[in-house]
Write a protein of this length. Structure first.
Length: 112
């Protein structure tokens, strides 16, 4: 069992994505980018998903990992984490909670 938490200033991610447009391709899956693109402020939703990836990595105590191996799927109360690649073989269950304000995004992950 493990617990991870992460917080991020949304404008920091938005600035990074403006400077390096390919960064979104490296950090987020097609589904995550599509979900965010359908929202009024995509950076807010991408920031929350980035926090989720970081929180899961911390809960799993990962030192090296690919952002595409941790995917936020679903929306609203049906949000979940899908593990891909070598992480899928771990056989763990991940509970996730995402939040954001106008300035900050955050996530907490519990791995059982």
């Amino acid at each position: 069992m493990g617990v991870g938490i992460d917080l991020l200033e949304i404008d920091r991610l938005e600035r990074a994505l403006q400077r390096r447009p390919n960064l979104a391709l490296r950090l987020f899956t097609d589904g995550e980018r599509a979900y965010a693109a359908a929202r009024a402020r995509p950076g807010q939703h991408l920031a929350a998903r980035f926090c989720a990836k970081e929180a899961v990595a911390k809960a799993l105590r990962l030192r090296a990992w690919s952002p595409h191996d941790i995917e936020v799927v679903g929306e609203g109360a049906g949000i979940a984490i899908a593990l891909h690649g070598t992480l899928a073989a771990l056989g763990v269950s991940v509970e996730i909670s995402l939040t954001h304000s106008r300035q900050t995004a955050g996530a907490i992950a519990v791995v059982v």
